[in-house]
Design a protein around this ligand. Structure first.
Ligand SMILES: Cc1cc2nc3c(=O)[nH]c(=O)nc-3n(C[C@H](O)[C@H](O)[C@H](O)COP(=O)(O)OP(=O)(O)OC[C@H]3O[C@@H](n4cnc5c(N)ncnc54)[C@H](O)[C@@H]3O)c2cc1C
Length: 151
């Protein structure tokens, strides 16, 4: 992780880790909307990826990654940033909604995008990679893949 503040003020962070983008993403996890899947089918001819066909996979992933929307009654348990956003939205009469997130026992440190300090975020690093290792997969870091062969 390499954070830097430049002038004019902008926050840039660069990271290298096993687990790819999920290690530094915002942990929001949504099902691909039906209209997008329709678009992929109609405009790009993608077959076999309709909502009905994907539903059981969405459910499996949500279970694997402990995805659950933070109940609205837990507003006080969120971080101060979120509380301020909610207050601001309320004062403008805007509707707010908690997003489904891939997290387990989140401490609301709001550090998702610089890497979860508590391991609560269910990134690939703490979810699927340990499973793959258990199943016999091997991780080789700093290797560039040039060609993938399939039979
Ligand atoms: C700051 C940030 C916040 C985000 N927040 C969200 C969010 O809240 N919700 C959401 O759904 N998405 C979010 N995203 C997007 C999401 O994280 C990515 O779409 C997702 O991680 C992509 O996963 P991937 O496995 O396809 O690719 P990646 O995570 O990019 O993984 C690809 C991996 O392959 C490696 N690689 C690439 N080329 C080679 C090669 N030739 N040889 C060997 N290795 C190679 C890369 O180094 C990398 O580790 C966010 C992204 C960012 C950057």
């Amino acid at each position: 992780m390499l954070p830097s503040i430049v002038s004019p003020a902008a926050y840039v962070s660069k990271h290298a880790s096993i687990g790819g983008g999920t290690v530094i993403n915002g942990e929001g996890l949504f099902r691909t909307p039906k209209r997008i899947l329709e678009e992929w089918r109609e405009d790009h001819g993608l077959k076999g990826y309709g909502f009905a066909q994907l539903k059981r996979h969405f459910e499996t992933i949500e279970k694997d990654l402990n995805v659950e929307a933070t109940p609205i009654s837990n507003e006080q348990n969120t971080n101060l940033d979120s509380q301020k956003l909610i207050q601001g939205a309320n004062s403008l009469n805007w509707r707010t909604e908690f997003v489904p997130r891939a997290a387990k026992n989140c401490s609301y440190t709001n550090s998702c995008s610089i890497g979860c300090p508590t391991g609560a975020k269910q990134s690939t690093l703490v979810s699927y990679l340990p499973r793959a290792l258990k199943a016999g997969a091997k991780i080789k870091e700093n290797q560039i893949i040039e060609l993938i062969l399939s039979s």
